[in-house]
Design a protein around this ligand. Structure first.
Ligand code: TXA
Ligand code: MG
Length: 345
């Protein structure tokens, strides 16, 4: 299959109509969203959704997120409640996914047999317009092959999906850079399952009863059941060994310079630190306080680290506060919990 890539805005009517026709006829389309690129199919089409699993090499028990054009469209596919609408008012359209009991119209291939469905209303104008033109909700996981970092540009999608899907819409680089915040809700409680740009602190402003699933910061214990199937899989791990350095205990620059003398390693340093290095291999992550920029660059850096063929990568251990929790969550999975410094050894 030839994979066509089109540069688009929400006004690219002819291309977006072609993409909508592909969706309606059961094909898959690579779609830009504000978080990461998605691999979209008609959420009412059982077989098209099964094709998503094939295209990604995704385990069959890991459910998909259903994307809608307006918060109210959730009524057709889920049993909503008043907390959903409070959250929608504040965060939708945007990078928040809400899990609620599903209606029968959503096929089991979308929810992997669960009786709940994950719903998200993307802010990205291309994604939003494509859902409107398609006239159906669009099921879409991140558009990477399973085990690769989520794609944040059309070229990442092309690398993973060339020859596998007919069309990729190139809407430029993703604004956020990590996947949406995933929560499961009842009438009066929230469980945070995956941290993203909508933070724990923001959710607490809307609801008094917010808990954080232990899988957000810890490894699942043997035999422990994941509330969200996606959390039980070993996520992306670079080919090189990634170590997170707790810089409250270890001087990051001198430690990594010393390491570089002994082994072929790359250093994920802050932009401010670049001038302190000489001939080391650097992967600058953004300014030390610029969490938004660090989030945006994260997956591209991890993809580039693999391309460079280094044996080891050293990075700062991220904080767990605010938006940094999303980076922390992705990084501890990528490093298999190898943390240097303090009580971590
Ligand atoms: O930002 C995003 O959320 C991107 C863009 C494309 O929208 N999508 C994305 O999808 O990251 P994916 O499939 O890579 O991650 C969805 C996560 C998985 O961890 C999955 O297990 C969880 O959401 N999930 C989906 N439906 C669920 C359900 N009914 N119950 C529990 N977890 C669910
Ligand atoms: Mg994914």
């Amino acid at each position: 299959m030839k994979t066509e890539v089109f540069r688009v805005t929400e006004k690219s009517d002819i291309i977006l109509r072609r993409a909508a026709e592909l969706i309606c006829s059961g094909s898959l389309v690579g779609i830009p969203t504000e978080t990461v690129y998605g691999l979209g199919a008609n959420a009412f089409d059982r077989d098209a959704c099964l094709d998503i699993f094939k295209a990604k090499g995704r385990p069959a028990d890991n459910p998909l997120i259903v994307h809608i054009a307006e918060p109210e469209d959730a009524e057709k596919i889920a049993y909503t409640n008043s907390l959903y609408y409070k959250l929608a008012e504040r965060f939708m359209p945007g990078p928040l996914t809400v899990i609620m009991p599903k209606r029968d119209i959503i096929p089991d291939s979308v929810t992997a047999g669960l009786d709940t469905v994950a719903i998200r209303c993307p802010k990205n104008k291309v994604a939003n317009q494509l859902i409107r033109l398609s006239g159906v909700p669009i099921a879409a996981p991140s558009a990477n092959r399973s085990g690769m970092p989520s794609p944040t540009s059309a070229s990442h999608v092309f690398k993973d999906m060339d020859g596998i899907i007919p069309m990729i819409l190139d809407g430029g680089e993703c604004e956020v850079g990590v996947e949406s915040t995933v929560i499961s809700i009842t009438e009066d409680s929230i469980i945070l399952l995956r941290p993203g740009q909508v933070t724990l602190e923001m959710l607490k402003e809307i609801c008094d009863n917010v808990t954080v699933s232990s899988a957000v910061t810890e490894e699942l214990k043997p035999g422990e059941k994941a509330l969200s199937p996606g959390m039980k899989y070993k996520h992306y791990a670079p080919r090189a060994d990634l170590y997170l350095v707790d810089d409250r205990y270890i001087d990051f620059v001198s430690f990594t310079k010393e390491k570089h003398r002994m082994e072929k390693c790359a250093v994920m340093c802050y932009d401010e630190e670049i001038e302190k290095y000489t001939d080391e291999i650097l992967l600058p992550v953004g300014g030390e306080r610029d969490i938004k920029e660090q989030t945006k660059r994260l997956f591209d850096i991890l993809r580039r680290a693999d391309d460079m063929g280094v044996c080891t990568i050293y990075a700062h251990l991220p904080s767990k506060d605010g938006e940094a929790l999303a980076i922390y969550n992705r990084m501890i999975r990528a490093c298999a919990h190898r943390i240097l410094g303090g009580e971590n050894g």
